[in-house]
Design a protein around this ligand. Sequence first.
Ligand code: AMP
Length: 454
Amino acid sequence: MKLHEECGIFGGIMTSGVVAPIVQNGLFMLQHRGQESAGLCCGDEDFSLHKGKGLVMHVLPDSRIKDIRGKIGIGHVRYSTQGCSDTLNAQPFMVRYLNEKVSIAHNGNVKSAIEMRKKLEHEGEIFVTSSDTEMIMKKVIKVLCKPPSQWELKEVGQVLLDNFTGGAWSIVFAVPGKVLAYRDPLGFRPLFFCEAEEGFFVASEDSAFRHLEPINIIEIEPGECVEITYNNYKISRFAKETKHKKCVFEHIYFSRPDSNVFGRNVYMTRVELGKKCAEENPVKADVVIPVMDSGFAAANGFVHHSNIPLHMGLLRNHWVGRTFIVPGQKNRKNGVQRKQMPIKPVIEGKKIVLVDDSLVRGTTSKEIVRMMRKAGAKEVHIRIASPRVVDTCFWGVDIPTKQELIADSYEFIADLTKFIEADSVAYLSFDGLKDVFGKTGWCYNCFEREKNYD
Ligand code: AMP
């Protein structure tokens, strides 16, 4: 069973013309949310499915897209971290039921997925994949027991509520004549709606609508759903208002800087986090170097507060894929070396502050400190624009097992600093994080609270 999935979803219906190039472009815009597989499912009464392992540009090239018909479409990019990255697990999933096709794309994680799957299997249900998304689809089919074209917006929402409350799910379904989308009541993952010249669409982030001519973009609130038909749309509530658990990691690392997730711009939020981190953890240094790419905004915030000049002392090799999820610490270390390249004149003889968005296993920081030393740095200080990551995540952000977390292995900052071979290491405090985001409405589960580790 796959836990820890970080994905991007897109879907919608054109007022005229074919939808496939629009979904393809939406997925290009969401590529940062998943690089393991990509896919789309398009049609009108009948649907065709196109998916595979790899990046959008490889799985869904223009040559493949040009032959895909239909005004209705949904798409998915996927990044999972556990077990095999089987093509079968690529989304969307599509099944034929009562002579109609129905398709689903999902971002998030279902609570108690393993137990629920076992229960369904004992009732005679069969599964083709190891993904919880297939289970969601089968549960809805089993409860509603009617052709997908007759599925009502609210009744699908009720099935989701009855079975998957507590989990994280931004979900989009394509059924003949309709697209239905849902955001779970706790609101872990984002979901947006766009009314555009071209039609009506939903996506994980508003930046996925860049290629459209938007008339109106609305953030779907936790517990809300959207129905899109050929010429219309409806946004309504399917779950009672409850305390939200919006994932702060969407802002810290995961979403695109130009997105406006959970009512705030991602780039500007990261700048705020960097400022706060500088306020709390001053250091005397010659240059601030961001760990590219996601540390860039926080480093700018750090500079804003500290007045230390910013330089691109590390170059991000964009031809190298993700290093975070590759199995084995040795491979991850090699990955960082390939990905981050020092610019020696910026570093040589200088006291350096390295700013990154997060410290998870410590692989990136340790390798980069080494690079800095090799390039002649006089001092290397690490500043992390988020608190200590002390717990794994069951709602869709890839945070490894507790034992792998560096904060778990090194309780005291002095020991951690020694391990990373830096001159100093400091995190943004939990209170500082709450100052930036606010006290309620957020999921802070993976971060350390008020303990003092100095
Ligand atoms: P680590 O190297 O394990 O300490 O991880 C921290 C680095 O990985 C930082 O540079 C982050 O930008 C990046 N990162 C943090 N969280 C994730 C995640 N869930 N998936 C991929 N990369 C991440």
